[in-house]
Design a protein around this ligand. Sequence first.
Ligand code: LLP
Length: 422
Amino acid sequence: MPATPTFSTIRHEIAGVSVADIARDYGTPTYVYDAAIIEERIDDLAKFDVIRYAQKACSNIAILDLMRKKGVVVDAVSTGEIHRAMAAGYKPGSKNHEIVYTADIFDRDALATVVKLDIPVNCGSPDMLDQLGAVKPGAHVTLRINPGFGHGHSQKTNTGGEQSKHGIWHEQLTDCLQKADRHGLMISGIHMHIGSGTDLEHLSQVCSAMERVVLEVGRSITTISAGGGLPIPYNDKQTYVDLDQYFELWDASRKRLEAALGHKISLEIEPGRYLVAESGYLVSEIRAIKQMGNNTFYLLDAGFNNLARPILYGSYHPMSIVPLDAGERADRDVVVGGPLCESGDIFTQEEGGYVCKRSLPSARIGEYLVLERAGAYGFVMASNYNSKPLAAEVLIKNGTAHLVRERQTPADLIRGERLLDG
Ligand code: LLP
């Protein structure tokens, strides 16, 4: 398990590279990732037979390539994610299922693509079984089961229970087995993912639900997936899950199932956040400091178009200031916001309030503010709202910064748009 993090509100470097140099070379806002942190997090999970990265957390092809070189396989929730995985060197249709399509629906394009490329499917709805069975009878599939309970860091990231649209409802398992039978589909695995950013107590409840389902399906099962959901600490009150304890719970379930079914079962884990959240930093420049009555606002050139988690979930991200001189910096209580024409474009909106104050060092215009632990669900949830270009992405490996995505240009923003004739 990683060491408890310390959070500092002053920072000069990321992975040994000066933040000011990154800002000068690539501009701001820019996402910066530290490859070494991702590699460490992968190693933390080495006891699982298969680490399947939920690439929706951060799908830059350079990050996927890094995962692939460390032996991590991927899931894909769309044709776009299949395309990304292949661009990073993953082989569709490979024996070890390097890419699995996992979703609650097939759009028409995704169905055609998984059939054409022979990509295994994790079905999250009974309709997917019908749609796949109609065009690929005999296929091996896994079932994503909603065990009837779930938990996440927010209700919006809870993916189990009857308020969730995800997975096959556990009481419909028998119907689905009959459906699969009718289509000649072979059910080779069961998958459960109850939510994102949850805790050990909820994660461990999944083991017994998994055992019940696998025993009902029977001997065809050769893989079980614990899903993702592992939390990371975003502040000093939050903790990691004890990974040894978590693995042991799953390993014990796996062993009981192996004894009952009489063959080996492969144990997968499917993390997103755990692998990439801590590696990512959003570097922004402070462009205005405003006093509004009792509130001091630091206004950045990054907004919720770049990092949506605070506005969507009230999520807390640690922040640090990059001072450009050696002077003393007293702390002050500030509200941190972005450039968008929308009052909610505020990064300090922890649950319970949308304009909260944060104690940060005094800063000057032109200095940088780094939003930390932003590697998961950061860039991938960005938008072009207010016609802001998507940020650049930089990956630091062995002390060297590499541009892995160019900042969008104004021409990118209108690509594909058409004026009416005349
Ligand atoms: N597997 C499945 C089927 C999932 O739907 C997800 C996440 C994962 C694995 C990975 O979960 P993780 O290990 O990252 O918790 N945008 C939200 C999180 C949404 C999660 C979506 N599904 C956030 O920023 O917190």
